[in-house]
Design a protein around this ligand. Structure first.
Ligand code: DHB
Length: 296
């Protein structure tokens, strides 16, 4: 069985990638991802121009298939993640976040020869990420592509829920040489109360939600919508993946690869091997020999 996949001609040995934010902030964590054969590629923590401490703890909580985070872009700065390229053997995406046009442009210029996952959908550091407004997104992408000319840039999108929103965003994306999209980032502004207390402190207890079947259903819906609207676009599915069937379902929906966040955090590296093994069994039981066959 062949479980290799491609993201815009880039070959991945397996279709599984970590979701940005989980085990990808430090040298040791990134090397850990690179050394785990269950991952076909890795993504760095979303970074900013300069290192940041992020929000104060408690800023992450997870239990039983649900997570909430208000990390606040704790990261070591773009230079660190660029430097990491020297040590990574497998495809390695630098997740670029930032706050405004200027710092994003400066980072994308620095990383223009790298693999970039541009995260304009971080829920915790600004009032309204530009990916919710097609005009602002269009404005930024036009300005950025004119100036920076990145060689390999994909966009991490937030979940869209309202009918018509996917179309508006797809019409903007179509205008630019975007190599892939990742659907979906965490659901913004969630809040969890446990034992009469908010489980995270920053932002008055609001943060991005991940994990679980509801997240998966929303992720799958976004992948399907965007695959229909942008049939030629490679899509990385993300949200609520905790077993091999989940990986398979995302590929059926139209994804070429998947990212795993909450489950990686909750269950650790070894568990990703189990997910990959389960995925291979599901492929086999469906008589699929390679990704790409019948939408898979
Ligand atoms: C953070 C959270 C996200 O969901 C994301 O996509 C990027 C950054 C954060 O708070 O650091």
């Amino acid at each position: 069985m062949d479980i290799r996949t491609t993201i815009c001609d880039l070959v991945l040995e397996t279709p599984i990638i970590n979701a940005s934010g989980v085990h990808c902030t430090t040298y040791g964590q990134l090397i850990g991802l690179d050394n785990n054969p269950a991952f076909g590629a890795s993504v760095s923590k979303s970074c900013t121009l300069y290192p940041r401490q992020g929000n104060k703890p408690p800023k992450y909580y997870s239990e039983n298939d649900i997570s909430i985070n208000s990390n606040g872009l704790e990261n070591k700065g773009i230079e660190y993640y660029l430097e990491m390229e020297r040590y990574m053997q497998k495809p390695y995406f630098i997740s670029i976040a930032g706050f405004h046009y200027e710092d994003r442009i400066e980072m994308i210029k620095k990383a223009k020869d790298s693999l970039i996952e541009l995260n304009l959908s971080c829920p915790n550091v600004c009032v309204r990420p530009i990916v919710y407004d097609p005009e602002r997104l269009d404005d930024f992408l036009k300005y950025m592509f004119d100036i920076c000319k990145p060689k390999f840039l994909g966009l991490k999108l937030p979940p869209y829920f309202i009918p018509g929103d996917h179309e508006k965003i797809a019409n903007v994306i179509k205008k630019y040489p975007i190599k892939f999209i990742t659907c979906i980032n965490s659901i913004p502004d969630g809040s969890i109360i446990k034992d009469n207390k908010l489980v995270i402190g920053p932002n008055n207890g609001y943060g991005g939600l991940g994990g679980g079947p509801l997240m998966k259903a929303i992720g799958i819906a976004n992948v399907r919508k965007f695959k229909t609207l942008l049939p030629e676009m490679d899509i990385i599915g993300c949200g609520g993946i905790s077993n091999g069937q989940d990986v398979f379902d995302y590929l059926l929906a139209g994804a070429s690869a998947v990212q795993i966040g909450t489950t990686l955090y909750e269950k650790g590296h070894e568990y990703i091997h189990c997910i990959l093994e389960e995925f291979e069994k599901v492929m086999k039981s469906n008589n699929i020999t390679h990704i790409g066959q019948k939408n898979i």
